[in-house]
Write a protein that binds this ligand. Sequence first.
Ligand code: XIL
Length: 322
Amino acid sequence: MVDQPLREIADERDVRIGAALAPGSLRSDPSYWKRAKDEFNAITPENALKMGPLRPSPKTYDFTDADAIVNFGAAHDKYVRGHTLVWHNQKPDWFEAWEHTDDQIRTFLRDHIHTVAGRYRAKIDAWDVVNEAIADDGSLRETVWSEALGEEYLDLAFEWASEATDADLYYNDYGADAINEKSDAIYDLLEGMLDRGIPVDGVGLQLHALGDHPDPESIGENIERFRELGLDVQITEMDVAFHRGEVPDDPLEVQADYYRDVFEACLDAGCETIVTWGVADASTWLRGFADFPERYTGDPLLFDERYDPKPAYDAVRAVLED
Ligand code: XIL
């Protein structure tokens, strides 16, 4: 008997297991396409909805890649996460040289959010409206958005998004998976936004466990406190690697155990959507981004580079079947 794919098990249990998708692989690699289709019931475009890829010039949009991924999601009945409307990274190349006034930034950002969230109104289920606005010490990160609009840019971004879409609106960040200084700061930020009536629906915990593996129990407690605030919580970008100098003897087993512990803690705490940051090790961002290839092992996902399931896949499957 052929094993039931992960997505069917997740569908039956009414939870979501997702993967970040890249347009090139989706178009050219049948194994990638098949795993993406069969094994996941949620997807996130890994880069295609970021401002840089979407905005070749100040007044134009190129939706080719974003459409390809979002339409794949719609065609195969997947939950689609939009990532991301407002971020300080991956802005367009021309942005740096643009001599703008604060007011121009405001108009530009509002139009961007209205256009992009509006285009996918019927197809995107949840948006990371703002990504990584809090610095590692818990202060507001200084970005082009905060410089032009002040801290209010977060409120504005969520309000503008809510004008254009009925999708659930998320704040998303890294390093805030467990209870720590940064997740405390995000808690305060979101509590304030809710008090002001800002339409924020959820918080996304990225969970890039690259070497440091946050304590699953603390992740569960963190999820619970956000849920008590009235927010939904999703794990949005999970991957699990090791520092090159600290690889255990049995890395695939340790990785599988960690996936299992995190999935159990999350589901127990009421987080029902967990997205992994890629389909297979063959194209993980850890193999190409900055100095990551030297720093971290490059096999953080559920499928290996031949698209075969890893021990982590079996571990996740066992949790979902439980
Ligand atoms: C990463 C992509 O995976 C890479 O392909 C790209 O070169 C850089 O961005 N936090 C996020 C994601 O919110 O958008 C990042 O994705 C990983 C860290």
